[in-house]
Design a protein around this ligand. Structure first.
Ligand SMILES: [Mg+2]
Length: 180
């Protein structure tokens, strides 16, 4: 069984630095303003989401591959709002979206899998844009695919995909990683 774990911010969605900075909203970053619902309406990375949807449909009933969303949110008052907003986003952007493929966590991603599901192995493939998530994931036994998105950069530690590639190229690269 291969498990693909897709990050949301900066992978499935366009990373918007303004949401996390304090220039707006009187010193509070917009994503921490109650009822701002910023995560519900983020723009998608269209090529990446075409690729995601293709893989999601193809492996939907395949016991050998599972395609999941693994996103993290901060602990605190807004956990429910953030979770529901991200859930809503997935419902809108993923064809035949099933809630059981949605993991929204407030612990590091590797801990979320290890503590609640199973020990990470090479068969757990994290697709993420944030180097620290990838490093920790690999350190604990998983496989990393770096998602380059125009803000971060390529490296040769991991297989890379790019949100600006054609969907077919993204699908092809991810299928190589999962050996399909
Ligand atoms: Mg990210």
């Amino acid at each position: 069984m291969k498990n693909l774990w897709f990050d949301m911010d900066g992978v499935m969605t366009v990373y918007d630095i303004a949401l996390y900075t304090t220039e707006k909203a009187g010193g509070t970053p917009p994503f921490l303003v109650p009822r701002s619902h910023v995560f519900a309406t983020l723009a998608e990375n269209p090529n990446l989401m075409k690729a995601f949807n293709e893989l999601y449909q193809e492996y939907r009933d395949d016991p050998k591959v599972s395609v999941n969303v693994l996103t993290s949110i901060p602990v605190g008052l807004l956990q429910a709002e953030h979770t529901l907003d991200k859930f809503e986003w997935c419902r809108k952007h993923i064809e035949n979206f099933s809630p059981e493929d949605f993991y929204c966590v407030s612990v590091p991603k590797h801990d979320a899998v290890i503590d609640f599901l199973w020990p990470l192995t090479k068969n757990d493939i994290l697709v993420d844009d944030y180097p620290k998530n990838l490093t920790n994931w690999v350190r604990r036994g998983g496989t990393a695919v770096k998602c380059v998105n125009g803000i971060n950069s390529y490296n040769d530690l991991y297989t890379c995909i790019d949100t600006r590639w054609d969907p077919e190229e993204i699908v092809k690269t991810l299928k190589e990683v999962i050996g399909q």
